[in-house]
Each structure stands twice: as C-alpha cells, then as structure tokens.
Design a protein around this ligand. Structure first.
Ligand code: SF4
Length: 212
C-alpha cells in the first residue's frame, strides 16, 4: 500500500480531540479552497464503537445543506445495500474522503465535481483523525476517491474491488463502487446487476468480522 502526501488540513486538526470536538473544529478548516463555496463542512457520523467505517467521496447537495453524510439519494442506496448484505447501518460509521462539497453551479443546480488529488491529500488529516478514534475492523472505501485516500494513487478499483488489504488504520481496508454510480445507470437490468455486485462486495465483510 502506497500513500499520497497529505499536507493541507493538518494545522486545523486539534490534537487529542474527541469526535465531537473534531466535528466542531472542522468548520474552521481552510486546508484547501473547497470551504469557500460550500454551505458547511460535513464530518462523519456514527458510533465510536462502530466496527465498520464507510468512506465516500465528498458530501453531495443534500449532505451539504443538512450537514450530515449519506443523507441524500446515494445514502439510500447504501442503506439498501447494507440491509441486503445483512449489515446494520446503525452500527456503522459513515464519512467522506473530502469534507466540503465541490460543485459547479449550472443555473439553479449544483453539479458535483470530482475532487483533485491535492484536495484529497489536503483533507486526509480529518479522515485520519476520525478513523484513529473509531479504530474499525473494516474500512470500506466507496469509490475511487476514497480508495485513493486510503490505498494510494496506484490502486485500481475495478481490478481489486471486494479484496481486503491490511492497513495501519484498520484491521482491513476494502473498496467497492460508490453507490451514486448505481443511480446514474439508465438501464434497469444493468442497474440491478451493479447493485447486486455492490451487495456481493459488502457481503465479504462478514468473514473479516468473524475473525475478530
Ligand atoms: S475540503 Fe477538507 S481540507 Fe478542504 S477546507 Fe474542507 S475540510 Fe478543509
């Protein structure tokens, strides 16, 4: 596992802070430019005792307005996938690799824009701080951005999805697609197949949990 350089937010992350303190402190982060246009930073949510730690890309439109991760349409897909994989959403911690919403304004709509490697790196100290608090058994990267943050730039998601890697911040790290990908597939058969593949990837987590 190679890691990318992570400057940016480090000076804004208070040492020895609790999750609640981190959540408050992140609103003052100026680790990259993304705070300028977003409504607020969206920190992770879930119990500190969570064995599963899900990492998405960045807050979406609804998350940016509500200040909570995975409360929009992608969150609903994740919830259904967890249910079908027999995993309890309430027992999981959910967060994003990048904590401010990056978008392009088109008329009234705010269109999601992919964060750059520099922004992923800049925001990494927040991800590191929260995962160090939770110390999950399995961290699940949802999509290539989260996988880049946790597993490095060379990681190829479609070649290695559903595989498990040892990691300094969790007993295991795995990666699968971001649930928003499923929402963008126009063909129903293909959409169902992708959803089933997501559930299959998540089902592999049971074996790792059983080993603990
Ligand atoms: S995206 Fe991350 S590093 Fe950039 S300002 Fe927001 S919290 Fe700080």
């Amino acid at each position: 596992v190679t890691s990318i350089k992570h400057p940016g937010a480090a000076q804004f992350v208070p040492h020895g802070a609790s999750l609640t303190e981190l959540k408050a402190a992140i609103q003052s982060c100026r680790g990259c430019d993304l705070y300028r246009n977003a409504t607020q930073a969206v920190f992770g949510a879930g119990p500190i005792s969570a064995k599963l730690f899900f990492i998405g890309e960045q807050p979406g439109d609804s998350e940016d307005r509500q200040g909570e991760p995975f409360v929009g349409p992608a969150g609903k897909v994740l919830e259904r996938a967890l249910e079908q994989a027999g995993l309890d959403r309430l027992e999981t911690y959910v967060t994003n690799a990048v904590k401010h919403f990056k978008f392009e304004q088109r008329g009234k709509r705010r269109i999601h824009k992919k964060p750059t490697d520099a922004e992923i790196s800049a925001c990494y100290p927040w991800l590191q701080a929260e995962i160090e608090k939770v110390r999950p058994v399995v961290a699940i990267c949802l999509g290539a951005t989260a996988a880049r943050a946790m597993l490095g730039r060379a990681f190829r998601l479609m070649q290695h999805r559903g595989e498990f890697f040892e990691h300094p911040l969790a007993a295991w790290v795995t990666a699968t697609i971001h649930p928003s990908v499923i929402l963008r597939i126009p063909d129903a058969t293909q959409r169902h197949a992708e959803f089933a593949a997501l559930v299959r990837d998540l089902s592999g987590i049971h074996e790792k949990l059983a080993q603990k």
